[in-house]
Design a binder for this molecule. Sequence first.
Ligand code: CA2
Length: 150
Amino acid sequence: MGKPIHVLSGPNLNLLGTREPEIYGRETLADVQARCEARAAALGHAIVFRQSNHEGQLIDWVQEARTEACALIINPAGYGHTSVALLDALKTLAIPIIECHLSNPAAREAFRRETYVSLAATGLVSGFGAASYELAVEAAAGLIGARASA
Ligand code: CA2
């Protein structure tokens, strides 16, 4: 097995499943992790799954992905809409970056319609609840496979 796919989740997602189920669903982040691990294993990949409420920690993990990951999936949560520093870190990666959201931010408040992360992302999956993460794993695996056979 090659390098793992790194999956990062940003602030407040540790509370997933405890509030606003009409927007974010009832599954917990542990449920989302289990979905990602199962889907990745079926596709022959390992997962490193992490969450932090701290911008600097997320940036450290993005930097780690430069050498330790074959692809990065990131749900930046609120930092997607605010963090130029996170964008700067993402722009240093040479691996595929999949931006992932549970909800569809483009259909919500105006301040959610743009994310800095999109400027560095290879692609975006949003609006499918916990399944967005699984779809992002599939997309990442597809991009890695395409690179390997190029
Ligand atoms: O839809 C997404 O995945 C978001 O990244 C979630 C962020 C929001 O700021 C983005 O605009 C879209 C919010 C994460 C809040 O985390 C939760 C905490 C408790 C219960 C549910 C979600």
